[in-house]
Design a protein around this ligand. Sequence first.
Ligand SMILES: Cc1cc2nc3c(=O)[nH]c(=O)nc-3n(C[C@H](O)[C@H](O)[C@H](O)COP(=O)(O)OP(=O)(O)OC[C@H]3O[C@@H](n4cnc5c(N)ncnc54)[C@H](O)[C@@H]3O)c2cc1C
Length: 386
Amino acid sequence: MMEGRSIYLPEHEAFRAQVRRFLAAELMPNIARWEEEGIIPRTLWQKAGAAGLLCPTVPTEYGGAGAEFRYLCIIDEELGYTGQNSFTIQTHTDIVAAYIEKLGTEAQKRRWLPRMAAGELIGAIAMTEPHAGSDLKAIRTSARREGAEFVISGSKTFITNGINADLVILVCKTAPELGAKGVSLVVVEADRPGFRRGRRLAKMGMKASDTAELFFDDVRVPVDNLLGTENRGFAQVMGEIPKERLSIATVAMGATQKAFDITVAYAKERMIFGKRLSDFQNTQFKLAELKTQIMVAWAYLDQCIARQMAGTLTSDEAAVAKLFNSELQNRVVDECLQLHGGWGYMSEMPISRMYVDARVRRIAGGSSEVMKMLIARTLFPRENAP
Ligand SMILES: Cc1cc2nc3c(=O)[nH]c(=O)nc-3n(C[C@H](O)[C@H](O)[C@H](O)COP(=O)(O)OP(=O)(O)OC[C@H]3O[C@@H](n4cnc5c(N)ncnc54)[C@H](O)[C@@H]3O)c2cc1C
């Protein structure tokens, strides 16, 4: 990771070393096999829980470590720095557990968070539908009240952890006639009758991540499973989104740094035309350009982390981080793969995985185009639009 960042103290760096050791010992030796299987086994989630990698910022009374935000950032950076994007702790911790911690009732927090921190319950968030991704307001999955229950029907797709998930935060319409003002968040446990998992979707990258379709055929859940306030779901999602985008930007930086570091090492070893690859001015200039962009991106990321900790990070600042770092990661993996030549195209080489795993970054969690739209709104506020 970039040296000399003032945002982290020695205790944070000690934790980083611990996280790095865990991922190197437990995840990376098995990742190729799990990519073939298309899923990461639950046992790894449990080990990660025991090692303190899940839900570190959740208060101790709910099973977490009560750690401050920077510990979460370190886990995200280190996940990125493994050079794989399949172990989707980020969805589980930074999104699902964070929603429950922020919006949940005392009973909900006690029911779900301790087992999520232990890796016994795996979380998923289900927003996207086959016809509605960027346009979240267009979702159709509905939950209608019948007495003390919601009856849910609809379907979701592209859901990370969809096969492993034990609980799903479902974004659905509780008052379809109200549009975005009729959206709610409802927790659905996977053992509810009528809940069904569809295909585990084959993907170009993130191959060990179980991305799936989910179906809800008149699934009944108690109204106690409502998360937050009924019909305020859209605003609640928007409230959490800056932090989520910051965490995506953070994982992206870890991954970018890894691609860069392994390429510098490769350039020093690879011999062509009787010289080292690193002796060519093209190689040196390419890597100097990338280093420049990477250092500037770390500085902006650290500024955003500090602002998140101070409670002042805005939606457009987070969008800038998400846009820039996603695009940077993709530029860097592409240039780095090029410097690997034909070996870069071989699946056995880590840069090859980094290349395919990076591509999703510009799409999921709000695409680059959506980020630009959000940033543009600060320039041309909608109330001034013709
Ligand atoms: C691997 C993976 C994992 C995912 N995990 C989850 C998950 O766990 N939970 C979940 O709910 N979803 C998940 N998603 C879905 C993801 O969030 C959506 O794919 C994403 O929001 C884009 O939506 P879409 O696929 O419907 O594309 P569309 O919305 O159909 O976008 C099509 C194109 O239009 C562009 N576009 C969109 N809006 C605008 C605009 N206003 N102006 C100009 N261009 C625009 C987009 O950038 C894109 O280029 C995942 C997706 C992938 C690929």
